[in-house]
Ligand binder design. Sequence first.
Ligand code: C5P
Length: 231
Amino acid sequence: MSNVDSPVIVALDYPEMAPALELANALDPTACRLKVGKELFTAEGPALVERLQSLGFDVFLDLKFHDIPNTVAGALRSAADLGVWMANVHVSGGRRMLEASVDAIAGLPKPPLLIGVTVLTSMDAGDFAELAYRGSLEEQVLRLAGLARDCGLQGVVCSAQEAASLRESLGASFALVTPGIRPAGSVADDQRRVLTPAEAVAAGASYLVVGRPITRAEDPAAALQAINASL
Ligand code: C5P
């Protein structure tokens, strides 16, 4: 059982182990969780995840698996063997891939939370139109989130702006993992539509993915503490 008293997941967006460990060493594993994505994992692999876990952190392995059912199921078993707290797959891999994902880790003593990616929030209406899906981008997000829930996933990644409508249609127990978070008064960087931590939680977010406001802060532990205190 995790004893983390915060919805914050700090995104370790670094190219290598050293700065990632330096940041982890500055943070309290009961005050946040950590996200390892494709850049850092491709460079440093499972050894880095193990190091972070040995420091006491819950790790979200953000590799967004999207492949045939058998391959994704195997990847999730590997993630579960590694002991990660959360993992994710693209919902657009379809029902059989999602069900194989759920089955792959069902019954394990400590399975990772399984989260779906709906439509990448980097896509705008023009990018979306080019893919020629049916309906609007917003309808696609809702449809894919519903499919994820029907297949037994525990939540989806969504923008904070989508959180309120997803919370309303998917119910209280479905996890909403939201990036695009900026504490009041901080710079938006390349994020276009941002909410404060408190606004995102009020909109229904279960977990807040926060990168640069913490990783680039002069005092990351203090930045994290301020976010936690604002909630
Ligand atoms: O530094 P910042 O707080 O913008 O970092 C946000 C993190 O969340 C990054 O790791 C980014 O890749 C990730 N993310 C995002 N938007 C999404 C999905 C993931 O910003 N829709």
